[in-house]
Design a protein around this ligand. Structure first.
Ligand SMILES: [Cu+2]
Length: 317
């Protein structure tokens, strides 16, 4: 199970080719650390933990995995009407969530002000969108979805069926055309529409990691952030390599209107993560994005390497 999830980054075909590697899952799979207690010592040395009894144990099932890695889980399936996106299409993106009986689910709980959160991001971690579709009585969800660059995208449906626990399902969508991947270098500073957002704190795999995001505009702290979806900020973390999905909410009572927004992120493993902060100010929701490796936030964490000059934003799309 763990190995399957780890391989999902490379696609099903590759997973089948090297299917013989499944047998090593018990030795290499740290993913079940997602349910470990905060004091759990993350062990990425490849020697396993707990003597390997995490594999085959009662706790070792799909529910231990990070969200978004499967299109179907716990009886629920995320089915887009079409999986091909046309660039700059003006048609709505539509999908259904089917339940254990195969019928479309129509009863969802409100979580963070909405019954459905749809996250769309290109598989290289670019072009993040956080959308809120509306549902027709037959359970068909629809939302305007505009993509302006070709490539493979991942769509995440984050929802709670009434009477069930929250689930995040993911499907791939494809926008045909010439794909120009963007490499994302570690960066704890984001600029968006004249706002500067910085990220402080160490991101540690398999541990609750306090993070602080600070919002400034024109060098001045922004102290009147507006609530958005019931909080002063929403943070989504996606693991590089397989886009494992983690929705993070502000720490504690979230009484601060800025400039600092405290979060506790509990990323499942060591690795590098794309972090997307949605915040609202002056009535507009904006997204600040970061690329953060786990480990201490040393001086190199925010350094841009000239060696990767192709990673700029000058693709003109
Ligand atoms: Cu949402």
């Amino acid at each position: 199970m763990n190995t399957i999830a780890r391989l999902s980054a490379f696609g099903t075909a590759l997973a089948l080719v090297i299917g013989g590697a499944y047998g090593v899952g018990a030795a290499v799979g740290p993913l079940d650390a997602v349910t470990a207690s905060p004091e759990h010592s993350s062990d990425t040395g490849g020697t396993g933990h707990g003597g390997g009894d995490g594999h085959g144990g009662a706790a070792d099932d799909a529910s231990d995995l990070p969200g978004g890695l499967a299109s179907s889980l716990s009886g629920y399936t995320f089915t887009p009407t079409v999986s091909t996106l046309t660039l700059d299409d003006t048609d709505d993106f539509t999908f259904r969530i089917t339940g254990p009986g195969g019928e479309a689910v129509t009863a969802f709980d409100v979580e963070h002000d909405r019954r459905m959160h749809l996250i769309v991001v290109r598989r290289d971690g670019s072009a993040f969108q956080h959308l809120h579709p509306t549902m027709a009585p037959d359970g068909t969800w629809s939302v305007p979805l505009r993509v302006h660059a070709a490539g493979s995208y991942r769509a995440f449906a984050d929802f709670t069926p009434t009477g069930a626990t929250a689930v995040t399902l993911g499907v791939d969508l494809t926008a045909p055309g010439l794909f120009e991947p963007i490499a994302h270098l570690p960066d704890r500073h984001a600029s968006v529409d004249g706002y500067e957002v910085t990220l402080a704190g160490d991101l540690v795999g398999a541990q609750a990691s306090p993070l602080t995001l600070t919002v400034r505009r024109d060098g001045q702290p922004v102290t009147d952030l507006e609530p958005y979806l019931g909080a002063h900020g929403h943070l989504v973390a996606l693991r590089e390599g397989d886009l494992a999905y983690l929705h993070v909410h502000p720490d504690g009572g979230d009484t601060s209107a800025g400039p600092d927004i405290p979060f506790v992120a509990d990323v499942p493993t060591e690795g590098r993560y794309r972090l997307f902060l949605d915040f609202r100010h002056d009535g507009v929701v904006r997204t600040a994005e970061f690329t953060v490796p786990t480990g201490p936030a040393g001086p190199d964490a925010a350094t841009t390497s000239p060696a990767a000059g192709h990673a700029d934003d000058s693709h003109g799309h």
